[in-house]
Design a protein around this ligand. Structure first.
Ligand code: MEV
Length: 361
């Protein structure tokens, strides 16, 4: 049996803007995981997962066409990952094999509500890794990330892939996305293998590892209300042209300035990062106000206000609208008052730490 796991993630700064190719974000991988167990199967492939609904995905392979035929499919990302790897396998003229996948997740609470820690990305990365091992494709980390991105954008074409990068490479990263439209077109025209090694389509994108900021504490609060990233990103995109108060390019420039300042603060071990987080919060608030979208829900506002009142910096993490808020505090700040007030306001602390960086990038 093969077992691969991939960590969840938290956006620290740069969300929404990172959807534009080349625009940076800071993201951290966290020590909660999705685990995929792969075992050799027979005539059908089954995906079992308590985290992804009740009915199992069942797919069968049509040996005549060497294609996977879907019979039941509640798991978009899993199937997209299987399809991408199978296409690569077929392009390399390797014989198809049967397999079952068992998926378990630490990125949901006991009743199955998602924390908003990037479960779609983690499951995609873990399935790609398990199938890479199963077929002996010998992909490096960068290729696994690229393959996971090619799979993801078939399901969510606007996804930046920042969560996939954090899940693949671990640690704290600065991430800039490639032009996903160009990647999809290249894959459709030339296949997966050629797209992985394409030059121009990946230009301007990249992952830079950031040193762990020793002078900081990371706190994460969960609102208990799951949000739909895809819906929120779509709303922001469709409102882009209707923002006379704050044109979208101003938001993107402000976001980049916060990411740059955060990267500089991290280079100093984290000194000054809580203030930068506060600035990044205001940038997101202005985006919400000018586009009419609730990024900072009342609970996220409480979460961040409490952190700020006690001398830390806080902001919604990711698309907002629910999910988690992230707080950075200087290492010597007493955080008990923040945690006490969170508890009194129904904000649950998620105890987690950065997942260590791999040697990959
Ligand atoms: C969501 O976690 C972060 C966004 O920037 C979307 C994305 O990067 O794909 C809002």
């Amino acid at each position: 049996m093969i077992e691969q796991r991939a960590p969840g993630k938290l956006y620290i700064a740069g969300e929404y803007a990172v959807v534009d190719p080349g625009q940076p974000a800071v993201i951290v991988a966290v020590d909660r995981y999705i685990t995929v167990q792969l075992s050799e199967g027979s005539q059908v492939g089954r995906v079992r997962s308590s985290a992804y609904g009740r009915s199992p995905l069942v797919w069968v392979r049509d040996d005549a066409s060497d294609r996977i035929v879907l019979e039941h499919q509640p798991y978009d990302y899993v199937f997209a990952a299987i399809t991408a790897v199978e296409q690569l396998r077929s392009e390399r003229s390797l014989p198809p094999r049967y397999y079952d996948l068992d998926i378990s997740s630490e990125l949901d609470d006991v009743s199955g509500r998602k924390f908003g820690l990037g479960s779609s990305a983690a499951v995609t990365v873990a399935v790609v890794a398990a199938l890479d091992e199963f077929y002996g494709l010998g992909l490096g980390e960068v290729e696994r990330f690229k393959l996971a991105l090619l799979a993801t954008i078939e399901v969510a074409p606007t996804a930046s892939g920042g969560d996939l990068a954090a899940s693949t490479f671990g640690g704290w990263i600065r991430y800039a996305s490639p032009d996903r439209g160009a990647l999809r077109a290249h894959r459709a025209a030339h296949g997966v293998s050629a797209t992985l090694s394409a030059g121009q389509e990946w230009a301007g994108s990249g992952v830079t590892r950031l040193a762990h900021p020793d002078a900081l504490q990371l706190l994460v609060g969960w609102t208990g209300s799951p949000a739909s990233t895809e819906r929120l990103v779509e709303q922001v995109r469709t409102s882009e042209s209707r923002t006379p108060l704050q044109p979208y390019p101003t938001f993107v420039a402000d976001s980049r300035a916060c990411v740059d300042a955060l990267v500089e603060a991290f280079a100093r071990g984290g000194a000054g990062a809580p203030e930068v987080l506060g600035r990044a919060r205001r940038v997101l608030q202005r985006l919400g106000a000018s586009s009419g979208i609730t990024i900072e829900t009342p609970q996220l506002r409480d979460l961040c206000d409490i952190a700020e009142r006690h001398g830390a910096g806080g902001k919604p993490s990711g698309a907002g609208g629910g999910d988690c808020g992230v707080v950075l505090a200087d290492a010597d700040l007493a955080t008990e008052p923040i945690l006490r007030e969170w508890e009194a306001n129904d904000i649950r602390r998620l105890s987690l730490a950065p997942h260590p960086a791999s040697g990959g990038v």
